[in-house]
Design a binder for this molecule. Structure first.
Ligand code: UDP
Length: 240
C-alpha cells in the first residue's frame, strides 16, 4: 500500500490517502498536546506504542463483535485503516472518577463508579469539545437514533472487554475516549485510536498513573509509563 496524498495532519497523527479510495494510512507521531493544544511536547516513541497498542486492542475487539476501521499494520508507526466519515462525538466511558468528572461532581479521583458512566462530547476544538447529551446529538443530527444506539452498545462492549483484559495485566481502566465512523455503506465502526493518550490506566496495586495524565499534569515519567503499558501488553518495548 502506497501513500499518495496527505489528507490531514492532526495533533498526534497524519492521515494519508492511498491508491484505494476506501483505504487510508494513519501515521502516528510522537507529538503530544494537552489542554486543547495549550501545552505541547513530545513523548519519545509514543507514536510506536500508540499504533501498536491500538491495533492490538482493535484486533481483539473485532473478535468480540465490535467492528473497527483496522485493516493492517504496515510499520511501527503506520496502519492501513478503512476510510470513514467520523461521527463528531468523543464517546467517553468511565469506571472510576477522574479528570473532568471529578471536577464536575466533586468526586475524589479514584472513587469507583457503581456502574459504567457513558458521556458524549461534541468534537469541536473552537468550542473546547463541550459535553452534550442524546437530545443535543439527535437535534443537531450528528447521527441518527439507530446509530447512537449502536455506538452506545459498542462503547459498553469495548469497556467490558478492556476492563477484563487490562485487569489481567494488573491495570485498572479508569476511563477512556473512543470515536466512531461510518463506512461508505453506512456501517458504524470503531475508529481513531485506543492508547495511553486516550485511556486512563492505573496500576491496580500502586495506583501509579500509566497514561497521558503524566504529561498533562507535568508529573514526568511519561515515556517510561507508555513503555510499561506496551511491555505489559506485548512483552516488548521499542528499541532505541
Ligand atoms: N480524553 C481524550 N481526548 C480528549 C479528552 C479526553 O482522549 O480530548 C480521554 C482522557 O484520556 C480520559 C477520558 O477521555 O481517559 C476522560 O477525560 P476527561 O473528560 O476526564 O478529560 P480531561 O480530564 O482529560 O480533560
Amino acid at each position: 500500500m502506497i501513500k499518495t496524498k496527505q489528507l490531514y495532519e492532526g495533533k498526534a497523527k497524519k492521515v494519508w490517502e492511498t491508491e484505494d479510495p476506501n483505504l487510508l494510512i494513519v501515521d502516528y507521531k510522537d507529538d503530544a498536546t494537552a489542554g486543547n493544544g495549550a501545552k505541547k511536547g513530545t513523548i519519545h516513541d509514543k507514536g510506536i506504542i500508540n499504533n501498536r497498542m491500538s491495533n492490538f486492542m482493535m484486533k481483539m475487539l473485532e473478535k468480540e463483535g465490535v467492528p473497527t476501521h483496522y485493516v493492517e499494520e504496515i510499520s511501527d508507526r503506520e496502519t492501513v485503516v478503512k476510510r470513514v466519515t467520523i461521527v463528531p462525538l468523543e464517546v467517553i466511558v468511565r469506571n472510576i472518577a477522574a479528570g473532568s468528572l471529578s471536577k464536575r461532581l466533586g468526586l475524589p479521583e479514584g472513587t469507583p463508579m457503581k456502574r459504567p458512566v457513558l458521556e458524549y462530547c461534541y468534537k469541536d476544538d473552537a468550542l473546547g469539545d463541550p459535553m452534550v447529551n442524546e437530545y443535543h446529538i439527535l437535534a443537531m443530527e450528528w447521527c441518527t437514533k439507530e446509530e447512537l444506539d449502536t455506538i452506545a452498545k459498542y462503547a459498553f462492549a469495548v469497556n467490558d472487554f478492556m476492563v477484563k483484559y487490562l485487569k489481567t495485566l494488573n491495570l485498572d481502566l479508569v476511563d477512556f475516549k473512543i470515536e466512531f465512523g461510518r463506512l461508505s455503506d453506512g456501517t458504524i465502526v470503531l475508529a481513531d485510536e485506543i492508547s495511553p493518550d486516550t485511556c486512563r490506566l492505573w496500576d491496580c496495586d500502586t495506583k501509579e498513573k500509566l497514561d497521558k495524565d503524566r504529561f498533562r499534569r507535568d508529573m514526568g515519567g511519561e515515556e517510561d509509563a507508555y513503555k510499561e503499558v506496551m511491555r505489559r501488553l506485548m512483552g516488548e518495548v521499542p528499541e532505541d
